[in-house]
Design a protein around this ligand. Structure first.
Ligand code: CTP
Ligand code: CA
Length: 235
């Protein structure tokens, strides 16, 4: 498939990228979703391809075209995304979890469309927690003793109790991944937009790195950082 012809700093490396927003089924025609466009994830996959990597792109719902040249896997729900990632993770040198995974899903999926009837009470949708895919991928990697670089994303807002950076450091610790790309979110920021501004945090405690610009520029900065981490692992 031309893999042998690829050149660049990530030639010979396999990168597994998840992107887009999951859709959690309520009934055959309805779902709970989120505003993720998949733009940043698609840009990351393109940046990895441009750097010579072999890319598998696991796409939940996207508002953009999937990256050309990547091996495309389509999923809908968080549970499907989890299965797709766990299946492909063992082959990856790098995993990038850019997908917006629903934290909760409807406890039950109705087999037929929920009808509005005058003689029954309005439905109540009970939610249950979805598995934490990123944390599971880290656990599996650790259990297998595999060298693998895992990158998480975080959309955070600061509040009176703690700053965005504090929340992000906490999340990085909790998830156990090597890098965490932090997006500061607020009204009108990030979702669906072409510009982005992120801070890349590393578990090794090195100085946080700021990157901003188009989502392609941010993606290139993240991929440069990934490349540096891989080079450091080898020495
Ligand atoms: N993530 C995941 N599985 C989930 C939820 C999130 O793999 N069920 C991943 C996301 O893809 C992202 C990272 O975890 O790379 C952080 O997601 P985020 O929503 O910021 O963190 P949560 O752990 O869900 O915490 P919260 O939403 O409460 O801040
Ligand atoms: Ca979440």
């Amino acid at each position: 498939d031309g893999a042998a012809l690829r050149s660049g700093p990530l030639a010979g490396r396999r990168i597994l990228v998840s992107a887009g927003g999951t859709r959690e089924p309520i009934d055959p025609v309805r779902f709970l979703g989120n505003r993720s466009s998949g733009k940043q994830g698609a840009a990351l996959a393109r940046a990895a391809l441009a750097a010579g990597a072999e890319v598998t792109f696991v796409a939940a719902h996207l508002d953009v075209a999937p990256p050309e040249g990547a091996d495309l896997v389509r999923v809908d729900s968080a549970l499907e995304l989890r299965d797709a990632m766990v299946e492909r993770a063992p082959d990856a040198d790098v995993i990038v979890m850019a997908a917006a995974v629903a934290d909760f899903r409807p406890a039950e999926q109705h087999a037929s469309k929920i009808k509005k009837r005058d003689d029954t009470a309005d439905p109540v949708i009970t939610l249950v927690r979805n598995p934490d895919i990123l944390a599971e991928l880290v656990q599996r990697r650790n259990a297998a003793g595999r060298p693998q670089l895992i990158v998480g994303f975080a959309a955070e807002t600061g509040d009176a109790g703690a700053s965005v950076l504090d929340y992000a450091r906490d999340k990085l610790e909790r998830k156990g991944c090597e890098l965490l790309v932090l997006n500061e979110v607020g009204t009108d920021r990030v979702f669906g937009r072409d510009e982005n501004s992120v801070t890349i945090l590393a578990r090794d405690g090195s100085e946080p790195e700021h990157a901003e610009g188009s989502k392609d520029e941010v993606a290139a900065a993240v991929i440069r950082r990934v490349t540096r981490e891989l080079e450091a692992q080898q020495t």
